[in-house]
Design a protein around this ligand. Sequence first.
Ligand SMILES: *Cc1c(COP(=O)(O)O)cnc(C)c1O
Length: 342
Amino acid sequence: MRLNEIWRSNYITNMGRQHDELEKTLKTYLNVNNLLLFNNGTTALILGLKALDLKGEVITTPFTFPATLEALDWCGLKPVFCDIDKNTLNIDIKKIEKKINKNTTAILAVHVFGNPCEVYEIDEIAKKYNLKVIYDGAHIFGSTFDKRSLGSFGDMTMFSFHATKIFHTVEGGALAFKDDVYAKKLKMLRNFGISDSGEILLSGINAKLNEIQAAIGLEVLKMFDLEKNKRLIIKKIYEDNLKDIDGIKFYTDKSSSQQYFVVGIDEKDFGISRDFLYEKLKKYNIYTKKYFSPLCSTFNWYSDLETAKKENLLVANKVVNEVIALPFYGDLNEDEIKRSVI
Ligand SMILES: *Cc1c(COP(=O)(O)O)cnc(C)c1O
């Protein structure tokens, strides 16, 4: 239907009807002040950092997908790694202040596996030191915190709509932001810096989401609630079957978007290592993921960063060898789940 509409309209990209409808729909759905679409989450994050006009150093986490760090690199910002909390796997707020110096301009935190960061505490630190706060919210579609949309905290939040995410547009992303002043700038940045009147005012890039992707998003959105509810049932089956086993820890909060179901394997108590389990499950055609391994602090181009050193990131370096994301999608049936866990 929508594809026919697009075909008949002769308008297949450059902020068309499907695009604008998805933008408006998601702004309401995610309950945020402003929302703009991009061609993927990574460009959304890069342009968000650019719109905030940051310089110098940004405090961030090593336990994330490479894109978080690569966005900083593309903006010429120096990452300052801060260790993570062993229970939430998010940036450890107790360790942030020690990393702040006169060059620090922002905190880039990640709501890992959709579990909310300590947003109020991060806000407080940012206020005290006059820093911007930007969240990689690639995993938080539809998540709330303290009865508010999780994407409404901080100055900006990036969403990824990659095909592997619970809501997706095949490839795509969005930025949610509080302050209207960024809207004009971000619209130009995603479209070669072209202003409404056709002048080129900024050095932008091509980061537009096309009509076909937007149409897919509008259709996928209709399935989101059902998919999430199915996953909540699957999560319960996993937990009921795994909870009495020593050495397994659950990381997927009930309030999260249910994008991943992640457990931690403590080799000593569980009896075998995460890596052994990963290989063993593979033999039974059960494919799991070692999210997020390797740590971003181990990338070779950060090898001379003091904050990337292992001794400064003890929790992250331990956790990265323990976590494993189990198969998690709505159509997984109970027998298949039991096959994974028994
Ligand atoms: C998927 C993901 C990204 C990248 O998003 P894309 O839309 O694929 O560019 C960034 N950060 C995290 C944490 C992700 O999981």
